[in-house]
Design a protein around this ligand. Sequence first.
Ligand code: ADP
Length: 580
Amino acid sequence: MFWKKVQTKYALTDQGVKNTQQGTFWTVIVNLVVMAGMGILYTLMSRFMDTLTGGAPLPGALLFIGLTVIFLALSFLTHLQQYRATYGLVYGEIKTIRISLAERLRKLPLGYFGKRDLADLTETIMGDVNRLEHVWSHCLGYLYGSWISTAIIAVCLFAFDWRMALACLWGVPVAFALLYGSRKLAKKKSELTKEAAIQVADGIQETLENIREIRATNQEARFIDGLNGKIDYHEKTMLSGELSTGIFVNTASVIMRLGVATTILMGTNLILSGQIDFMRLFMFLLVITRVYAPFDQALALIAEMFISQVSANRLMEIRNTPTAEGAETFSPKGHDIEFEDVRFAYDDQQVLRGVSFTAREGEVTALVGPSGSGKSTCARLAARLWDIGGGTIRVGGVDISTIDPEVLLTDYSMVFQDVVLFDDTVMENIRLGRHGATDLEVLAAAKAANCDEFVSKLPQGYQTPIGENGAKLSGGERQRISIARALLKDAPIVLLDEATASLDVENETKVQGALSRLLAGKTVLVIAHRMRTVEAADQIVVLADGKVVESGRPKDLLRREDSMFRRMTKLQASSAEWSI
Ligand code: ADP
């Protein structure tokens, strides 16, 4: 029950709970062993006193030496175990947690990433896990263990002399009560600090990503001012958080240590009134040097424990978000893509309202329609990048919502407008299409995608690093790399965002040539922006306002008087003439 609570509160895994229990156990043992050392010291001292005052010979010197050696050995061994249980195990666990988080992120539906931005997620994987790691390794075992050992020691001390025990230990519960009282404030401050930190990270990311636009529009000063404001606010929230926890933690520490003064006061009083002898006071003074020590570490970090719950909640949120699951095998009959009465909404914005059409294998199906009508959404849903709200999408007769997205995607190639390239060589960027493809296969795909001509001009050919996100390449070149990837993958379904609109004529011809090689014999779904290029498609599906308004062969649609496709084609043709 208690451990279940701890587990949810601090986002521990089952193994993490076991580690904390071990840490707690060894902390209790360590603290008791240390106290036993004090016991040995006390007995030795009182024998000395007897010898000094009574002149009796000091008995059992060898025994004491033996006891001390045993104590030192025990102390070493138990400390070693405690270290292993608190630090060693936790550091192993961190690795598992980060990997499992990353695995989970890989399986989360794309819609999730729309709600939490990159800076926020990075902060969870790096910052939050770090913070929790510190709490798991430095606080939990120490604190729980210290509570238990102090309770055991307190019982012994109270049995020995309740007045002295009270004078010695009253500060401990008072100090912790004060700290627990300040918990809410610490949590609130921490949330503020966290938000501020994410805003700073967001601001920096946004500025770097849009640096070209910012420079082009002379907005540098405005952006820097904005960023400075965010950093100042972050500094302020951090200072205020540190200050308030600092005040509480230090006051608590002082209160705990007031026990030293009250023990001396109480001890002298009792000695003066003849109720105890000096050795008893001496024993409590010995105890005092050790009894607060276990709490010191936990106390310094207790504020961190409170605020770590903000991190724990963020971690749990990722763990509790349902992933897109499904069967590990996918054996469709052919690769026709069938949309049947598909409905879909981003949050509460309804985008598709019952879309039905079939994209056949070996044909090119073009989705056309005004901007915002849901074309890209259809393409994303066809690959189960999002899960639909109603209706069914089938590939080769199999409902894709029953298939693991990762397995499903092995049958898809995507050539979208925003080509993602990695800071690696041209060769490796193309090889992403099929893991383990040989250099020869990569080169063949690159050639078929018309990459040869621009790659041969790069200083190291295919081994040239292309900079972060391919910053050194033009739009057409990036697209040809993306087509080469798709050619290498040779998946039976191709989703294509017809992006040639932004290319110059020479580039466009080359991209078109590469595409025609890619598309042969596949099920092709094209998000079309220009009517002229889709006239060669086998089927046109016209979307408007999240519905299919007409579909058919382009020739047939163009012949119909009331056809929206015909209207759009005419409109675009006239605007093209006008712009010339
Ligand atoms: P099209 O490709 O036809 O231009 P989209 O499918 O991209 O249309 O978008 C359809 C609607 O969905 C638009 O109103 C757009 O604003 C909205 N939309 C697209 N992507 C997202 C997203 N990731 N989150 C929220 N709304 C989105």
